[in-house]
Design a protein around this ligand. Structure first.
Ligand SMILES: Cc1cc2nc3c(=O)[nH]c(=O)nc-3n(C[C@H](O)[C@H](O)[C@H](O)COP(=O)(O)OP(=O)(O)OC[C@H]3O[C@@H](n4cnc5c(N)ncnc54)[C@H](O)[C@@H]3O)c2cc1C
Length: 306
């Protein structure tokens, strides 16, 4: 990959915003992360596909992100081109009980659009930050409901720009996972199947979920949401708490004192701090509770030499 000719061609053939050596801490809810060689925000879908084609010609690695709310980015940054779809490709249209949503639309706004149309099924998403595409890729979940309950189909494209339609089964949804985490398919649009509901009940449920979040989650501190996947039948937070990890700290990364499954950045935490802290939590929970936790947060970027 020749970075100079790559950026020259990206500038010449696309209309979106292109930033060089862009600190990823500006694009993640954790406020952590070294520089992306190139950070590109496409203007629209054609622009996105043109950028993909240019990256392919230049053999540049591509990382597609949404709102960066589930990411831990390496202190060494990210090689190649990071493409952010947050706030782009964000059209939302309602047809009966179905909503078609562009990748970059914010999940919370889609939940609120559904509520405005008295459509039930997406109340759980009120207050989850990030984009609809990130939520589908992660099979985001809360209060016993998950994206896979409402996804009817997904239009995605391969890294060589070909559109593929995925049925809900094709998405291979799992516990905080889907086929889209393979890095080979980019979610472009999602069709959600909802049900007509009672407007008051929908509003009350959304308000209750938002209230519960503010009471139980450290929303005033930078984080990437839950650090670990929930093992079957139990919340990871309970195990972390049982192992006495609340308040455990490495550098400026701390296991939240409010919600044990959140790691918060107290100011200047690095990705290395967070990873070291997560390793300590895994070992303590394994030795004291006998359960081996798996990370939910997605680590991306250059791997530090071990
Ligand atoms: C305060 C807080 C509360 C949270 N609460 C919850 C919660 O209750 N439940 C929950 O499940 N999560 C929660 N999260 C985590 C996070 O908000 C969700 O997982 C969110 O849906 C991720 O969306 P995003 O756009 O930020 O994705 P990103 O963090 O940008 O990306 C996440 C993953 O999806 C991939 N991805 C993103 N866009 C695409 C695309 N277009 N095509 C293919 N892959 C893509 C990325 O490559 C990455 O692997 C919380 C986070 C925070 C900070």
């Amino acid at each position: 990959m020749n970075l100079d000719s790559l950026t020259r061609e990206l500038r010449a053939s696309t209309k979106g915003e292109l930033l060089l050596n862009e600190p990823m801490c500006r694009h993640t809810s954790f406020r952590i992360g070294g520089p992306a060689d190139v950070f590109f925000t496409p203007e629209n879908e054609d622009d996105f596909k043109t950028a993909l084609a240019v990256c392919r010609q230049h053999q540049a690695p591509v990382t597609v992100i949404g709102g960066g709310t589930n990411l831990l980015v390496s202190d060494l940054g990210i090689e190649g081109v990071v493409i952010s779809l947050a706030g782009r490709l964000n059209a939302v249209s309602v047809q009966g009980t179905s909503i078609t949503v562009g990748a970059g639309a914010l999940l919370g706004q889609v939940s609120s659009t559904a509520a405005m149309h008295s459509l039930s099924g997406l109340e759980f998403a009120a207050g989850i930050p990030g984009t609809i595409a990130g939520a589908v890729a992660m099979n985001s979940a809360a209060f016993g409901r998950r994206m896979s309950d409402v996804v009817t189909s997904v239009r995605a494209c391969t890294l060589d720009g070909h559109d593929v339609i995925f049925s809900a089964d094709d998405c291979r949804f799992g516990e905080k996972s889907s086929i889209f985490l393979d890095g080979q398919h980019v979610v472009l649009a999602v069709v959600l199947g909802l049900k007509i509901g009672d407007p008051c009940e929908i509003r009350e449920a959304r308000e209750r979920f938002v209230r519960e979040r503010s009471a139980k989650q450290p929303l005033n501190q930078p984080s990437a949401g839950c650090a670990f996947r929930n093992p079957k039948g139990e919340g990871a937070g309970r195990y972390i708490d049982q192992a006495g990890c609340k308040g455990l700290r490495v550098g400026d990364a701390e296991v939240s004192r409010l919600h044990a499954n959140f790691i918060v950045n107290l100011g200047c935490a690095t990705a290395a701090d967070v990873m070291q802290l997560m390793d300590q939590v895994v070992e303590l929970v394994a030795s004291k509770v006998g359960v081996r936790l798996e990370p939910e947060i997605r680590f991306i970027g250059r791997r530090p030499a071990s």
